[in-house]
Write a protein that binds this ligand. Structure first.
Ligand code: ATP
Length: 557
């Protein structure tokens, strides 16, 4: 298979060719960080969201004790009262460090801007002491030092123009680190802009807030300023009491939401991975503080298993526990489900124990009570507060009971475990994992290379394609009838144009698990050929039982 850069290019080309993903508003040159999902892409995304919703809200998995867990859904507005974002800390803290180029006006994330040192063309070490080459410095926007070095390979035309011959003793510093080193080592040159190459044009890093701003209503001033939500989670916290009061829920329980989120990312990159508009699938699972560690581990493992179940079975999928010093100040534990994309290892979903931080913050900013009263615990202990235990003093007993009810173990702010994933990143990982190239025989039986998307049947945009072998002998009519029967139960596609081998190939690229062909034998015995996308094996199935046959196999996967 191709190298990783090549592989990504092939996946992007396939996604465009088959109608999975298009650049947004492409006819006007597109818009950086925005993408459109085409006819196959929208089905893939809907299938991911549906699988998640069914597995999380409708039929949640059994909890650590083997009992059912309680989950409900929510669909909040994208624009909310801006105080939500003050309470959550986003107004002051949802920032990335940004570096500007004064020449080309390019903007870069300082924590992803590496300065790489390369060798001048023709330089050779003259002796064993002569280890460090004269520095030619280049800058690259990359997530890791390794990526930075690989981006700026000496074949790179920009480097060639700078007189760089080949990589030697390369090293990548984060720009801040490089500047600190520059202060000690005056021989180091100013870093160039990774976009235009201008030297000395990069500013110091400053904090840039990632929230998109707008105004609600006709008047545009500070009072009417609103934000497009940068995450769906805060809508869940803001509705915690509404859900609790209307749904007769008891701890532990979870609230789930799928919806759009917006972040004005400084460098949208890596295809859809870092977009400015994307969709999230988030769960806030509320539990007793004493149970939070157990629920955290359970959710972390359950969410990892969900990706494996849907086809991310290779060692490209990883679960990484955060080190203590990586944790946000309010988080007790955090893990990332990561995927080794062709462009690097990156996060698909984060699972965090956020303690009572969010509900506490909303209680403080809204003045509304965010506590939970554990009625069961109270009923168990209420007997302790009888008057006889207070020397017959009813008033004292009542007062003691009221005081006890105000705090632990009866009234408290629940802890929350948050599994927070992105639909677009999941879709991209499923596409990358599914992409494969192998060989298939053509009409003459000669092996030809084929591209196939081995998508999990639950996620595949089209479940079955139906073809007449040729456009005569009543085959199109029979195939049409079967196509209509299939379409009642699953996404189906009808195609009668061109050689059947080529029709198979198109469906392989679309990830369609089964192709059904009506052929000469159908007229004789009523059976059709069903071809399996992955094994390319063909079996004959009676046409009357075809839909049930397909449903059984699609459901079983
Ligand atoms: P990153 O560090 O990669 O920017 P994050 O840690 O800021 O991600 P979270 O705030 O935890 O991400 O958001 C939860 C999920 O939302 C992520 O795991 C990811 O799947 C998705 N997500 C976040 N930002 C983007 C984006 N710009 N484009 C696409 N998906 C995103």
């Amino acid at each position: 298979m191709a190298n990783e850069t090549d592989l990504m290019e092939r996946i992007v080309a396939l996604a465009k060719r088959r109608g999975f993903i298009f650049p947004s508003s492409e006819i006007y040159g597109g818009l950086n960080g925005f993408w459109d999902y085409g006819p196959l892409g929208v089905e893939l995304k809907r299938n991911i969201k549906q699988a998640w919703w069914d597995d999380i809200v409708r039929r949640p998995p059994e909890g650590p004790d083997g009992g059912p867990i309680e989950m409900v859904g929510l669909d909040c507005s994208i624009i909310m009262n801006p105080t939500v974002w003050e309470a959550s800390g986003h107004v002051t803290g949802f920032t990335d460090p940004m570096v500007d180029c004064k020449e080309c006006k390019g903007r870069f994330r300082a924590d992803q801007l590496f300065v790489v040192q390369f060798v001048s063309a023709g330089w050779e070490p003259q002796s064993s002491k002569d280890e460090m080459p004269p520095a030619i410095t280049a800058a690259a926007v990359a997530s890791t030092p390794e990526e930075a070095i690989s981006l700026e390979e000496p074949s790179n035309t920009k480097l060639k123009a700078m007189g760089v011959g080949r990589a030697f003793h390369t090293r990548a510093w984060l720009i801040d680190e490089y500047r600190r080193t520059m202060a000690d080592d005056k021989s180091l040159p100013e870093p160039p802009c990774p976009n235009c190459g201008a030297v000395g044009s990069l500013t110091e890093a400053r904090q840039f807030n990632l929230m998109f701003e707008s105004y609600a209503g006709a008047v545009q001033n500070e009072a009417s300023k609103v934000y497009l939500r940068p995450e769906t989670a805060q809508g869940i916290f803001a509705n915690f009491k509404n859900v609790l009061d209307t749904q007769r829920l008891k701890l532990p329980f979870g609230i789930a939401q799928i919806g759009k989120a917006f972040r004005n990312e400084i460098n949208p990159r890596n295809y859809t991975f870092r977009s400015r508009e994307f969709e999230q699938m988030e769960i806030e699972f509320f539990c007793h503080p004493d149970d939070a560690d157990r629920w955290y581990t359970w959710w972390r493992d359950a969410r990892y298993a969900w990706y494996v179940r849907h086809g991310l079975t290779s060692d490209r999928l990883r679960l990484r526990d955060h080190e203590e010093d990586e944790l946000a100040h309010y988080a007790r534990a955090c893990a990332d489900v990561e995927y080794a994309f062709p462009f690097g290892v990156s996060e698909l979903e984060g699972i965090a124990n956020r303690t009572d931080f969010d509900l506490n913050a909303h209680q403080e900013h809204s003045g509304r009570d965010m506590t939970y009263f554990d009625e069961e615990a109270w009923q168990r202990d209420a007997g302790q507060y009888k008057a006889e235990n207070y020397g017959g003093d009813k008033k004292a007993a009542k007062q003691a009971a009221n005081e006890a009810k105000q705090g632990m173990p009866y009234r408290f702010i629940p802890y929350v475990i948050e599994p927070s994933g992105g639909v677009d990143r999941a879709a991209l990982a499923f596409l990358c994992e599914a992409y494969d190239e192998d060989e298939a025989p053509d009409e003459k039986g000669e092996a030809q290379s084929r591209t196939v998307l081995r998508l999990h049947p639950r996620l595949a945009p089209i479940k079955v394609a139906v073809f007449p072998l040729v456009k005569k002998d009543g085959m199109p009519e029979k195939a049409q009838a079967l196509y209509r029967a299939c379409r009642e139960q699953m996404t189906a596609f009808y195609d009668e144009k061109g050689a059947v081998g080529r029709r198979y190939r198109r469906q392989d690229e679309a990830g369609t698990p089964f192709c059904v062909t009506v052929d000469g034998q159908t007229n004789e015995d009523g059976t059709v050929t069903v071809r399996d996308r992955d094994s390319m094996e063909q079996v004959r199935v009676p046409s009357e039982g075809l839909v049930a046959w397909l449903q059984e196999r699609l459901g079983r996967a």
